[in-house]
Design a protein around this ligand. Structure first.
Ligand SMILES: [Zn+2]
Length: 94
């Protein structure tokens, strides 16, 4: 007893951290060319912060990139806060 519980806790900790990283990547696409290598760099953060990343990811506002000026703006924005141009919702091409 003890060692096994620690192992289970570590698996849960890292697992929820990785889930948070994935959720973050899905919600905040910082660049369309985000590679697997870049995602792998986030794994140490998942190991260290664990469920905290998941909580942050859940609380994070989904973002999209302005098609005009490339600024990151809320996904549900209809006007860009930076260049003030209109964002058409049909522009979602992933
Ligand atoms: Zn803009």
């Amino acid at each position: 007893m003890g060692g096994r519980d620690m192992y289970l806790l570590a698996v849960l900790w890292i697992g929820s951290g990785l889930l948070g990283v994935l959720l973050f990547a899905a919600k905040v696409p910082e660049s369309p060319s985000r590679t697997c290598a870049e995602s792998l760099l986030l794994i140490p953060f998942a190991v260290v912060f664990g469920p905290l990343i998941l909580l942050q990811a859940i609380a994070a506002t989904p973002k999209q990139k302005c098609p005009h000026c490339r600024a990151m703006i809320p996904a549900d924005a209809t006007v860009c806060a930076r260049c003030t141009r209109e964002i058409s919702m049909q522009n979602w091409d992933g």
